[in-house]
Write a new protein. Structure first.
Length: 401
């Protein structure tokens, strides 16, 4: 058992494995973003207001969050393949159901189920990475999956807008259903089980598994850092449309290009994280990049209080910096959280995902409570988050890295 895992760790991850895990993880982001250009058409077709259609997106996120822990626990108990196959089947069926939905309530309910199914890709992939690798090798593999996940929000809305020229909004959900079915068949035929029966945990309930992880300070600390890594882009995107349109008079197309540039910077930074993690150690890497972000945020706050409006070039430079910091934080913190769990990688991956979504939702929600035509609320929340991460790193017990 240990020998097999050690041999896999020495061999390192393969490109084929990285592609498989990345594509499985990308189902969720594509399901989120592919139909965004079709929202106005969907509102007209279902005689619903825009807010009701937007609630279908919230329902997806809710399903994604709720399913994380039970899917992870089931993976620890029965192996990774069966929960993954079941989740993909649910995703494909719910996607087809969305295409056949006649009213907005049906769509919202089916999007919730679709989110639960999409969770299987994200949660199972993280656990499978932890089954086969740890440390630097796991970071390389996870960074590659984050590369594909990071590209998805950039490509999916663009793909959706082009596909709408050839099909209807229902056709977009049929495409998602086909993608889910294809992934299900590929997993069933080609993806081997990564958790042999001898390493499965059958004695603990979901509550026991979560209680065990919640008693581990290192797991909680790294889960919080991972949550802050995803809070940076989500909080920024929450404020950006109003900040750019009302504060700078930019069109949606113009500020979408700026956001795409930020996403590209984050994706590139993610790919450098494993090498820096190996060279500096996880704790030192996170401390350095967050310290840089905190100092930059303080500088931007000072500049914002001294002038009526920041130059757009300065704001964009700052946003690119913090998106790079997000990319450099995400892989090391996620790997460290899973390593800190020591056992039950599925439950750890599930609870990590839930806590990560919780921190991100809290940060993005806090930004939405304040006027977004200035940058002050955004940098106040991000600056406070960076200081909390630095405090967490200071309190975290040094470990062998």
């Amino acid at each position: 058992m240990t020998t097999n895992r050690s041999a896999a760790a020495v061999a390192g991850p393969t490109l084929l494995m990285g592609l498989a895990f990345g594509l499985l993880s990308a189902l969720g982001p594509f399901a989120i973003d592919l139909y965004l250009p079709a929202m106005p058409e969907m509102a007209r077709a279902m005689a619903a207001d825009s807010g009701a259609v937007q609630r279908s997106l919230s329902a997806f996120f809710l399903g994604l969050a709720i399913a994380q822990i039970p899917l992870g626990w089931l993976g620890d108990r029965f192996g990774r393949r069966r929960p993954l196959i079941g989740g993909l089947a649910l995703f494909a069926a719910a996607s087809l159901g969305c295409a056949l939905a006649h009213d907005i309530d049906q769509l919202i309910a089916l999007r919730f189920l679709q989110g639960m199914g999409a969770c299987a890709g994200t949660s199972s992939v993280r656990a499978m990475i932890r089954d086969k690798h740890s440390g630097h090798h796991a970071a390389r593999l996870m960074a590659f999956t984050f590369l594909i996940i990071g590209i998805s929000p950039v490509l999916a809305p663009l793909a959706g807008s082009y596909l709408l020229r050839a099909t209807s909004w229902q056709g977009l959900f049929v495409i998602l259903a086909t993608a889910g079915l294809t992934a299900l068949i590929a997993v069933a035929l080609f993806l081997p089980e990564t958790l042999p029966p001898a390493r499965r945990v059958a004695s603990r309930s979901i509550l026991q598994a979560c209680a065990y992880l919640l008693r581990k300070p290192a797991f909680l600390a790294w889960a919080f850092v991972a949550g802050m890594a995803t809070t940076i882009p989500f909080a920024y995107v929450t404020a950006a449309p109003f900040l750019f349109s009302q504060g700078y008079g930019l069109t949606p197309h113009q500020y979408s290009l700026l956001l795409a540039l930020n996403a590209i910077v984050s994706i590139i930074a993610t790919q450098f994280a494993p090498a820096l993690m190996r060279r500096l150690g996880v704790r030192r890497l996170v401390t350095i990049v967050v310290l840089i972000a905190a100092v930059a945020t303080g500088g931007i706050a000072l500049a914002a209080t001294m002038s009526a409006q920041l130059p757009l070039a300065l704001l964009q430079s700052y946003s690119m910096l913090i998106f790079a910091v997000s990319g450099l934080m995400l892989t090391p913190s996620a790997i460290s959280a899973l390593d800190a769990s020591e056992q039950g990688a599925g439950a750890a991956a599930g609870l990590l995902g839930t806590l990560q979504l919780g921190v991100t939702a809290a940060g993005s929600g806090a930004v939405s409570l304040f006027p977004s035509f200035t940058i002050i609320p955004l940098i106040s929340i991000l600056g406070g988050g960076f200081l909390l991460v630095l405090a967490t790193m200071a309190l975290l017990r040094p470990s062998r890295e």
